[in-house]
Design a binder for this molecule. Structure first.
Ligand SMILES: O=C(O)C[C@H](O)C(=O)O
Ligand code: SF4
Length: 510
């Protein structure tokens, strides 16, 4: 098995940096569905550009390279321990070279292991089969979309949809609700895997397993094939759109699997995957470990990079250049829908930093400053200088308990993230003169290019993703989605999508 390690490293690198053709096709199709010049269409253009950059730079499509989850099938007699060891070594190697972010965190101490290894990481499932070759499949599913997974225990009652029975129509309601509750926070437009039945654990495993199906396959069970196409049709009428900006493309794929259940239980488990749907697989020669072929690479699909900005829209859209420190007056002039271009300094901060700042001082002056909800992939060169390898936004709503107080305490004028924030932050934006800016989730290469220099770092003890990076940026574009006048695009889209969801309460399947 002299080629085994090399093959595994290639698989990990390809999965993290090169979006598979079926996913590319789905993203391209979404772009066609969106109206020219809308925020959703512009976001899809950025996403397409980002996919191309990731492939060219051989760098992560998204900075959150997720929970590496392997499904391995081996012929009888192959030593699975050797494969496990090779996977672990190559996960550490891919982390060292910036193809993966160090993503394994001690749940009790918060310490990052730094190499993506630790209890429970990576996840590896082995199975034996009758074939002669080894098959290794890998999915890198990020934390933001993982947080939007949801499990329903039937019968139940769902907001807007009413009673949910233990039948196909009940399942239909659960899936629609799952898409609705994710809003844009899992970086829509997304893909869902659904597991019907099992217990709580195997139900979720089945749901995640569905994500290994090709986007364009047809379910062999006729009722489920019908359900899948119903969901594709209907979920895209919810109007959530790319990044939750509103629009026609909300769901790019729906795959449903079924397993037996216990008489007392009826679970519907949904695994939500962002547009950055990174999964790949290989067949290996069982003697040498050499790659014989890839499983999701049957054709080459180029990203659609055609510009979607309609001329008249371009004139209407206001573009404002912001340079930190930002004045209150400038912030008050911004309204939802404005595009801002940021130059100057910004500071990353996410969960660990926000909780720290509630009780402590900040090592830098944040007055008039910009906080970026981001956990980047960073590499240090031989001279000791840090470089940004991938740096898209993280889900902002996690900071909701802290953000308003932190804005107040430190005089922050702009918060950049994705997915929007809640009522408490909106109130603070109005009271203190600040804005929330939505960057395109997953566009980690696109934003890394705007981050010109790492000026410094604090709190390295929080680990690379959670540290406070001080960055010099140029031409960083984001959209005002919550302003200082009480407007929130996120609240609006949530409200209208709920009204649409409620229109699907009447039974469809017997
Ligand atoms: O951890 C991150 O960088 C992003 C995360 O996947 C998210 O979607 O919030
Ligand atoms: S930031 Fe968005 S694209 Fe990246 S892993 Fe999280 S949900 Fe997926």
């Amino acid at each position: 098995m002299e080629k085994l390690k090399q093959s595994i490293l290639e698989l990990i690198t390809d999965t993290s940096t090169n979006l598979p053709p079926d996913v590319r096709r789905a993203v391209n199709a979404a772009k066609v569905q969106e109206d020219l010049g809308t925020r959703a269409a512009l976001s899809l253009s950025t996403i397409a550009q980002n996919v191309v950059m990731a492939e060219e730079n051989v760098s992560p499509i998204c900075q959150d390279t997720g929970m590496p989850t392997f499904e391995v099938k081996t012929p009888v007699g192959v030593n699975q321990l050797i494969i496990k060891k090779a996977i672990k070594e190559m996960i550490a190697e891919a982390t060292r070279t910036g193809k993966l972010r160090s993503n394994s965190v001690d749940s009790l101490t918060g310490a990052n292991t730094g190499d993506n290894l630790g209890p429970g990481t990576p996840v590896i499932h082995f199975e034996q089969w009758e074939e002669d070759e080894i098959e290794i499949k890998l999915i890198l599913k990020g934390g933001g979309c993982e947080n939007k997974n949801i499990q329903y225990s039937l019968p139940c009652e769902l907001e807007g949809l009413g009673k949910v029975g233990r039948n196909l129509d009940g399942i239909r309601k659960c899936i629609l609700h799952a898409v609705y509750q994710a809003q844009g926070q899992g970086c829509s437009a997304g893909f869902i895997g659904v597991g019907i039945g099992g217990d709580r654990t195997s139900g979720y495993a089945l749901a995640k397993h569905q994500l290994f199906r090709k986007v364009d396959d047809v379910n062999p069970i006729p009722e489920l094939a019908e359900l899948e196409s119903y969901i594709m049709e209907t979920a895209n009428q919810l109007g959530i759109g790319t990044m939750g900006f509103g629009g026609n493309a909300t769901l790019l794929g729906c795959k449903v699997g079924v397993e037996n259940r216990l008489p007392a239980s009826f679970f519907v488990s949904v695994a939500y995957n962002c547009w950055a749907f990174r999964r790949q697989g290989v067949r290996l020669n069982a003697e040498t470990g050499e790659i014989l072929r890839y499983l999701y690479k049957d054709e080459e699909v180029k990203m659609d990079l055609t510009s979607v900005v309609a001329a008249e829209e371009k004139e209407e859209r206001r573009e404002v250049v912001l340079q930190a420190p930002i004045s209150e007056e400038q912030i008050r002039s911004l309204k939802v829908g404005d595009v801002v271009i940021i130059n100057g300094e910004m500071h990353t901060g996410r969960d660990a930093l926000h909780s720290y700042l509630m009780e402590n001082d900040c090592p830098v002056d944040l007055n008039g400053g910009i906080i970026y909800h981001c956990g980047p992939v960073m590499l240090k060169d031989e001279a000791g200088q840090w470089h940004v390898k991938a740096a898209g936004p993280t889900t902002s709503i996690r900071e909701e308990p802290y953000q308003g107080d932190i804005i107040k305490k430190f005089g922050i004028r702009a918060v950049i993230g994705k997915g929007g924030m809640g009522a408490k932050t909106l109130k603070a934006l109005g009271e203190h003169g600040a804005v929330y800016l939505n960057a395109i989730g997953g566009a980690a290469q696109y934003y890394a290019e705007c981050l010109e220099k790492v000026e410094g770092v604090d709190f390295m003890e929080f680990g690379i993703p959670e540290a406070m990076w001080h960055l010099r940026v140029k031409g960083f574009a984001a959209i005002v989605t919550m302003d200082s006048h009480g407007n929130s695009l996120h609240a609006d889209v949530e409200k209208t999508s709920f009204e649409k969801l409620a229109q699907f309460a009447a039974p469809v399947f017997k």
